[in-house]
Design a protein around this ligand. Structure first.
Ligand code: ACO
Length: 380
């Protein structure tokens, strides 16, 4: 009989590959990309630059970045056939369902889709990074019965997304705030969705299949879906004076609090610290917003009550208040996560499949032994 003690439940701590992209020290709350701390990326860089840096495995030169930026802009528009599919989607579906379907359909329209060479994977990655924002904005507009707004080529990736939501050019401050939020979400090591993309890619399946699988994994409330769940919680709490009682009751009932806890971080997720600072700035604009005050109280109660178990706010805890301020609806928080994480998925996939081995873990068999087939009529 195999020893069940050797099972790594949830694959916790299992090392299955090497990567040069992202490092996390969960005990000290450290996150780096290419060795550079996330705080430095957030302060100095852009979504475009971090995406290219991860795809290339090094900081780009100015010329490389300008070329990548031009490539992204040139690929922003999505095929008309996809726009029609998005317009025809049933109203009221979750935008992550819509995104999963749209990306899968995009693969049908791409003549290069089935090419799994490194060059093709890279070209498809650039197109998908460019087109995710157009697709998500189109889903948002179509689901609200509004006309779809074509992308503009003179705006940054972040600024153009906000523009496509309303047709109004965002201020430089809004575009930069959104850009920072994207930077914070671009990559995070072997999280569930990246691992899913790699698992699919390890079979030598095509990029669209890999990314469609990853979207499905990101959608769940234990992963990317938590940011929307946090906003649901804030709406349920209602007012700051209710926050302490609400969260105490949840903890007493051993219910999970959304936006806190992490498989790897046993201390503050550094991305949550950066986002908290911006959430505070946003909230202080016209007196502190209810949301921020509620979050402050929840953070305090959680850290006091279960911080000793290594449960602290994660990236999803404060992001929603920042997105809300930018006019983004809560159903779109997880698609926005995907809008950023597409770069990390592609970079990790390309890195892994460059030195590929089929992923195929195993389970300890605990079922019946020495059984024999029983004819239907002889069964009780
Ligand atoms: N609220 C209350 N208690 C928690 C929470 C939480 N959010 N998370 C973990 N715990 C407790 C568990 O109840 C458990 O306690 P016990 O040992 O007394 O039974 C212990 O901590 C370990 O919990 P697990 O669920 O086994 O830890 P795991 O590493 O599997 O979970 C996860 C990580 C799924 C992220 C979890 O913390 C969680 O569900 N958080 C809420 C959802 C969330 O915010 N997800 C986003 C994560 S970040 C991201 O993916 C972008």
């Amino acid at each position: 009989m195999t020893n069940t003690a050797s099972i790594a439940k949830g694959l916790e701590g299992v090392l299955f590959t090497e990567s040069k992209l992202t490092f996390i020290n969960g005990t000290e709350g450290i996150l780096t990309h290419l060795g550079i701390p996330i705080q430095e990326w957030a302060e100095n860089s852009t979504f475009e630059e971090l995406s290219l840096a991860l795809l290339n495995g090094q900081l780009p030169t100015a010329a490389e970045l300008a070329q990548f930026d031009a490539d992204l802009k040139a690929n922003r528009a999505i095929p008309e056939a996809l726009t029609e599919i998005i317009k025809g989607m049933p109203r009221g579906v979750h935008p992550m369902q819509a995104l999963r379907t749209a990306v899968s359909y995009l693969g049908l329209l791409d003549p290069q889709a089935e090419d799994t060479s490194a060059e093709a994977r890279r070209a498809i990655a650039t197109r998908m990074i460019a087109q995710f924002s157009t697709i998500i904005a189109a889903i948002n507009r179509a689901q609200e019965g509004q006309d779809i707004i074509a992308p503009r080529m003179d705006l940054t990736h972040a600024g153009n997304y906000l523009y496509m939501l309303s047709g109004k050019e965002p201020t430089a401050e809004q575009a930069r705030l959104f850009d920072i939020a994207l930077v914070l979400h671009v990559d995070h090591g072997m999280n569930a969705s990246t691992f899913t993309a790699i698992a699919t890619g390890s079979t030598l399946s095509d990029m669209y299949s890999c990314i469609t699988s990853a979207i499905g994994a990101l959608k769940g409330p234990l992963h990317g879906g938590a940011n929307e769940a946090v906003m649901d919680m804030l709406d349920e709490v209602g007012t700051p004076d209710q926050a302490e009682g609400y969260i105490t009751k949840k903890l007493d009932n051993k219910e999970k609090i959304m936006g806190v806890g992490h498989r790897v971080y046993k201390y503050f997720d550094p991305r949550s610290r950066v986002l908290r600072d911006y959430a505070e700035v946003v909230a202080s604009k016209e007196g502190k917003s209810n949301y921020y005050q509620i979050l402050e109280t929840i953070e305090k109660v959680v850290v006091d009550r279960i911080g000793s178990k290594g449960i602290y706010p994660n990236v999803d805890f404060y992001s929603g208040t920042v997105y809300s301020d930018l006019g983004i609806k809560k159903e779109y928080f997880t698609p926005i996560f995907a809008l950023a994480r597409i770069s990390g998925w592609c970079a990790s996939l390309i890195e892994y499949t460059g030195n590929n081995r089929l992923l195929r873990p195993d389970a300890v068999y605990t079922g019946a032994t020495d059984a024999h087939y029983v004819q239907l009529q002889d069964r009780q």
